[in-house]
Design a protein around this ligand. Structure first.
Ligand code: ADP
Ligand code: MN
Length: 265
């Protein structure tokens, strides 16, 4: 595995210096000892098999591609691989998240009362799991949440073979498909508000995957309840991000106004 975490690297183990160095590196990142235990648990419970590669390293989490265990439960037969999001347990980057958590009646006590970074990260991961489930229930495309254990979230892998589907930002999309995809995204955002009762709060071309010719919404750990005091602020920013992106990408052809011009609604 990347970062010398789950599967051992014999060469590194023979070299004390290298091992110490890689241990320190992993502790500062995501694969601390406790996280490795959690991963071992998921392997022992026949959910995930070996990790194949790292899909993304971010400030708050890393995402890995893992094969599904051949002995996985019947309920998971349809999945041959998973995306595993591992939240960093370092407190460093979590301060910025306070603004999203404050005003969240679902998580109030748990989050604000905790001085323990591991616990705060767990609450954050749980928020992502619950929000992904709400996307699914509300009929909004996104990865299905499979399993959560502490700071490790196992979800449906959106990709083809073992290569992840591109972010909207990097997706090769024909110009003449942009208006449809823009409309699809507006509908998804509306459903997210009306049915899931959530505002994404970090929506942009970076948190949308282009998968099987459709747009999938990801990264919903910071999404807030529709009645969060800043819900409309977050929503306005989401709309502006999406609107700006489509306008830029289409050379000014597609945006809220262009959309109105074309379809006249
Ligand atoms: P971060 O907090 O680091 O932004 P994200 O949830 O946005 O975390 O995931 C980071 C990246 O990992 C995404 O941009 C995407 O490329 C990839 N990714 C996330 N979830 C999946 C998934 N279910 N299937 C495939 N790729 C994914
Ligand atoms: Mn993201």
């Amino acid at each position: 595995i990347v970062h010398g975490g789950v599967s051992s690297n014999p060469k590194a183990e023979n070299d004390k210096h290298v091992k110490d160095k890689s241990d320190r590196a992993t502790q500062e990142q995501v694969l601390d000892g406790r996280t490795r235990l959690v991963l071992a648990g998921l392997v022992n419970r026949d959910i995930i098999g070996p990790f194949t590669h790292c899909i993304s390293t971010g400030k708050e989490a890393n995402v890995y591609h893992a094969t599904a265990s051949p002995n996985r439960p019947l309920s998971l037969q349809q999945y041959s691989e998973f995306a595993v999001k591992i939240y960093r347990t370092s407190i460093l980057h979590f301060r910025a998240r306070q603004a999203y958590m404050e005003g969240e009646h679902r998580f109030q006590g748990e989050y604000t009362s905790s001085r323990n970074p591991r616990k705060m990260v767990r609450v954050w991961a749980e928020k992502e799991l619950r929000n992904l489930r709400r996307l699914e229930q509300g009929g909004v495309r996104g990865p299905k949440a499979i399993e959560l254990k502490e700071n490790v979230l196992v979800m449906e892998f959106l990709g083809d073979g073992d290569s992840a589907s591109p972010r909207l930002k990097d997706a090769p999309i024909e110009a003449d498909r942009l208006p449809d995809l823009y409309a699809e995204l507006l509908i998804a955002m509306r459903k997210m508000y009306q049915h899931c009762r959530l505002v994404h709060a970090d929506l942009s071309e970076y948190n949308i995957l282009y998968h099987q010719s459709h747009l999938y919404i990801i990264d919903v750990s910071q999404s807030v309840e529709h009645d969060h005091p800043r819900a409309f602020d977050f929503m306005r920013t989401d709309i502006r991000n999406v609107d700006d992106y489509f306008r830029r990408r289409s050379g000014g052809e597609v945006n809220t106004l262009g959309f109105r011009r074309t379809w006249d609604f």
